[in-house]
Design a protein around this ligand. Structure first.
Ligand code: GLN
Length: 495
């Protein structure tokens, strides 16, 4: 079962020559052939010949003893990272024909570490969404099904839904994601995998298509916490091309997993006990608290009083930044163009035809809150509240080392649910947005199944640039939970 391995196992198997990088690549391409028509996890699959040529080069490095940390490991890349010579769409019609002439910093580093890219994964258009239903290339199907219900199609979460579905279903050993308000963590929880949003500034944003620049952060989506550490090591680090990228050294993240967490203080924020939180999620959270207590942690009640303003301020700041970032798609320099008699006419026709409904609505919201008469009332106010949210975290981390919360307020929901009312959809981000606003690292770990047989995740939030403690605690939670379930559709993949 080459498609069910962890990165760490696959790396060891390749090094021991138990199988070749070509075998591993072929198993993944076969699984993609079989399952992608159903899941729609990839927008673009790298041509077989290119993947196999790269796999042969990886095999040569193993033979020569020069294999790098991710040598020959099949990875999916969210279609928001520019990949040189490989179409990059952001799941938008406006970039349907865009083939970047350059490689994003994060993907360049993954290639330098030896990763084998098998394809570009589907997402919500320009990463705006929580269900992967706004893609111009069709919705992604969650490989998980409700117990005894093979009819209801579930969403994989979003916006990195294609990456989450691909990793869960065996169409990649790991994938990149991006997280602006929860887009790595929520789909990871919905698909029963691990997702890590690093500290803002840990990974370079250069060459990643921008949504909301003060929030966007790339991170790994993997099957285990140790794999997330391994992959983050390959992705992170200073980049002079991104002025917000930190120059702190990149620690050996994978080594943080397995370290004793005895004596660590784990904060439980009162405000996350939201009214209406499902009893099953509450119970899972209690279970998580008990596991960490058993591992020797001290459990401390804390308060993050401005949590209640998180969503409202996020949905001002993110659209404001997106309205500015997406102004560049005017049909002149790249992407699709719709012709018209005047220059303004070209802009209007191109943007009206190229952007989907959710993207247009966010551009309108963002333009509104930035407009002269409303800037102080909305945007400036939201920025001030953001500072208060960040301060809540900084103060909490004077008392505790990490925070433990649920990742999402529900398990994966059905395609068609939560669709009529955008606010209902935005509520999905209630537990993930505050860490994004504060810029702190946060990890989602799958810890169990609900009564319908769907995965649930818990979130560990840490101090700025302290991914190591987050990974240590995540590793302990993973070990206690022993989550070893795979979705129905993964079993079908064979190989
Ligand atoms: N669901 C949130 C949004 O739609 C978060 C998306 C993200 O993190 N990219 O903005």
């Amino acid at each position: 079962m080459l498609t069910k391995l962890t990165l760490t196992e696959a790396r060891a198997g390749l090094a021991a020559r138990k199988f070749s990088a070509r075998d591993l690549a072929k198993a993944h391409l076969d699984a993609i052939d079989r399952l992608n028509p159903k899941l729609n996890a990839y927008i673009t699959v790298v041509p077989e010949q290119d993947v196999l040529t790269a796999a042969d080069a990886a095999d040569a490095r193993y033979a020569a003893g020069t294999a790098r940390p991710m040598e020959g490991l099949p990875v999916g890349v969210k279609d928001l990272f520019c990949t040189k010579g490989i179409k990059t769409t952001a799941a938008s019609k406006i970039l349907a024909n865009f083939i970047p002439p350059y490689e994003s910093t994060v993907t360049a580093r993954l290639l330098d570490a030896g990763s084998l890219f098998v394809g570009k994964t589907n997402l919500d258009e320009f990463a705006m969404g929580s269900a992967n239903i706004t893609s111009a290339y069709g919705a992604v199907l969650n490989p998980w099904q409700r117990k005894g219900d093979e009819v209801t199609a579930l969403v994989p979460g979003g916006s990195s839904g294609g990456s989450a579905a691909a990793v869960a279903a065996g169409l990649a050993l790991a994938a990149t994601g991006t997280d602006t308000g929860g887009s790595i963590r929520q789909p990871a929880a919905f698909c029963g995998i691990v997702g890590l949003k690093p500290t803002y500034g840990r990974c370079s944003r250069w060459g990643t298509i921008a949504y909301a620049s003060s929030l966007d952060q790339a991170g790994p989506m993997t099957r285990t916490v140790a794999d997330a550490g391994l992959m983050l090591e390959a992705m992170a680090g200073f980049d002079e091309k991104d002025s917000t990228c930190s120059n702190r050294p990149v620690p050996a993240f994978a080594q943080a997993v397995g370290k004793s967490i005895k004596g660590l203080r784990v904060g439980i924020p009162a405000e996350y006990r939201a009214p209406g939180l499902s009893p099953e999620i509450s119970a899972m959270w209690e279970q998580g608290i008990a596991w960490l207590r058993d591992a020797g942690c001290e459990i401390v009640d804390v308060s993050l009083p401005h949590t209640k303003y998180g969503l409202a301020t996020y949905y001002i700041i993110a659209p404001a930044e997106c309205s500015s970032n997406l102004a560049r798609y005017d049909g002149i320099r790249f992407g699709e163009r719709k012709d018209a008699a005047t220059l303004d006419g070209i802009y209007e026709a191109t943007r009206a035809a190229g952007f989907g409904e959710e993207v247009r609505s966010r551009i309108l919201m963002g333009t509104y809150v930035l407009s002269a008469g409303y800037y102080d009332a909305y945007y400036l106010k939201a920025q001030k509240v953001r500072t208060l949210i960040k301060r809540d975290f900084v103060e909490a981390f004077e008392k505790v080392d990490v925070l433990l919360t649920p990742t999402a307020p529900s398990a994966a929901f059905a395609q068609g649910e939560n669709m009529a009312d955008p606010v209902q959809m935005y509520l999905n981000d209630i537990f993930t947005v505050p860490a994004s606003m504060a810029g702190v690292p946060a990890l989602s770990v799958p810890v169990g199944l609900d009564s319908k047989g769907l995965p649930l995740g818990l979130q560990i939030i840490g101090r700025h640039f302290d991914e190591e403690t987050v990974l240590s605690v995540g590793g302990a939670l993973e070990a206690a939970a022993g989550f070893a379930h795979t979705p129905t559709l993964h079993a079908e993949a064979g190989a």
